[in-house]
Design a protein around this ligand. Structure first.
Ligand SMILES: Cc1cc2nc3c(=O)[nH]c(=O)nc-3n(C[C@H](O)[C@H](O)[C@H](O)COP(=O)(O)OP(=O)(O)OC[C@H]3O[C@@H](n4cnc5c(N)ncnc54)[C@H](O)[C@@H]3O)c2cc1C
Length: 427
């Protein structure tokens, strides 16, 4: 492999994949090297988990570096609860001090490029980091042009809040400025995207805030580009019960297509109607974060194919892709999934770099969604490699008309899960 140029290697890997084969080529551990080097790009639930698990379980035998430009990471998960007034921003924001104290090197810079031939990451500041194994976990980028009239600049007026932080604060500010009788429009993305039930939990949180303020006439118009969505029956039932008449969900058969958004006037035009809205929340289509795409790790879908047994990139056996940037088979793109995939990657990396024992890959996920105070629904399952992908093995989902105590218990579970996963990622 070291004789190949990167382009040649990617082309070869691509053609092997086309023939249904995998890409088992990977460089062996460097002999005589003091400690093998793991570099992780992205300090979210995917990357943060791999870095901590490899570091902890290898007891210092692997040199771990985590590259993450942000000093403070606000989670997307539970950001809807911030919008709904159930959480504060500091309560969903985490730093890397504990990770650093565990002797992981944390570099607060962006990775600018990956040289897969040299096994090196170039940092935005010009530094270079060599690796034996690389984990790429940059999350998503937004396809601005997927919604006509939308752009990165337009997000200052029509927030997406699908990457957290200032966008989430802007969304909450705009929601709180809505007057009774105004219209709110949400544009929902096509599959696949991060957090399938996320837009609909957000609609619920909008409605909860408006109801709490005594709104009687405000309308939330949800323009979907999909014919159906995650936990649809449960959300629809919840909206009718808690917020009757407030939410109008329209599928493409109803609105006929989203023609244009105009940030200067606040208008959203569909085939059916033009809405003038006080708040427009545009959630565009998505793809893997740029560093993964630029490194040739993505396929034409914009996301990165992986080996379901290991989370290794199908393009390069020294590289792992976990979290929202990967193609996770039957798993949804969620923090729970990213954390679960990261543990499989960490186990494989330790196996390769320190000869630690490996076990068959098993994955799990649960997505909770809060519809109203103490009314929380969930969907989830377990997964394992099968049919060349991460395949669903078992599944569960909340039922319509469940007892209030079950829904309340779901909410308590979600709060406990949040505490556990953030402790797993940030220490
Ligand atoms: C509104 C909303 C609600 C959600 N609710 C839930 C929920 O309840 N449960 C759940 O499980 N999931 C939920 N999710 C989904 C969850 O947030 C994501 O699936 C999860 O964050 C993905 O983790 P990740 O590590 O792949 O990516 P991210 O969390 O996006 O982390 C990627 C990190 O990589 C860094 N990065 C990017 N490029 C570079 C680079 N070039 N160099 C260095 N670093 C880089 C970024 O700064 C970022 O910190 C929700 C998402 C949204 C939007």
């Amino acid at each position: 492999m070291i004789d190949f140029t990167r382009r040649r290697f990617v082309a070869l890997a691509g053609s092997a994949l086309g023939a249904g084969a995998t890409a088992p080529l990977f460089a062996p551990r460097a002999i005589g090297q003091a400690r093998p080097k793991l570099v992780v790009i992205g300090g979210g639930p995917g990357g943060g988990t791999v870095a901590r698990y490899v570091n902890r379980d290898s007891a210092g035998a692997v040199d771990v570096t985590l590259i993450e430009p942000q000093k403070n990471f606000t989670t997307c998960f539970f950001s809807n609860l911030y919008v709904g007034g159930f959480r504060t921003l500091p309560s969903i924001t985490h730093g890397y001090d504990k990770v650093r104290k565990e002797s992981i090197k944390v570099v607060h810079e962006a990775a600018a490029a990956i040289d897969r031939d040299k096994r090196e990451v170039r940092l935005a500041g010009g530094g270079r980091l060599a690796y034996d194994r690389l984990v790429v976990a940059p999350g998503i980028d937004l396809k601005w042009e997927s919604v006509p009239g939308y752009s990165e600049a337009a997000a200052d007026v029509m927030p997406h809040a699908w990457k957290p932080g200032p966008q989430t604060e802007l969304l909450a500010r705009k929601l709180n400025a809505v007057n009774d009788g105004d219209t709110i429009v949400m544009i929902c993305p096509p599959n696949p995207y991060r957090c399938p039930p996320g837009p609909y939990e957000r609609v619920s949180m909008f409605a909860h805030v408006l109801k709490s303020k005594g709104h009687r006439k405000t309308q939330i118009v949800v323009l979907d580009v999909k014919p159906s969505f995650s936990k649809q029956g449960l959300f629809m039932e919840g909206w009718e019960r808690h917020y009757p008449g407030m939410v109008q969900w329209q599928d493409p058969k109803v609105h006929g297509g989203i023609k244009h958004v105009d940030p200067s006037s606040g208008e959203v035009k569909t085939d059916l109607a033009t809405h003038k809205a006080a708040l427009v929340n545009v959630i565009p289509a998505q793809m893997a974060g740029r560093i993964a795409r630029d490194a040739g790790l993505a396929d034409p879908s914009g996301f990165c194919p992986i080996e379901p047994e290991t989370m290794k990139s199908k393009m390069d056996g020294n590289v792992f892709v976990v979290g929202d940037a990967c193609i996770p088979g039957d798993m949804p793109k969620s923090a729970f999934s990213a954390n679960s995939q990261a543990k499989v990657a960490a186990m494989t990396i330790r196996g390769e770099l320190t000869d630690a024992r490996r076990f068959p890959a098993r994955y799990s996920n649960t997505c909770w969604s809060l519809i109203a105070p103490d009314d929380d629904v969930k969907v989830g399952g377990t997964y394992e490699p099968g049919d060349g992908k991460i395949k669903q093995a078992t599944t569960f989902v909340s039922q319509k008309g469940e007892a209030a105590e079950i829904r309340k218990q779901n909410y308590r579970e979600s709060v406990d899960w949040y505490a556990a996963i953030t402790a797993d990622v940030f220490g």
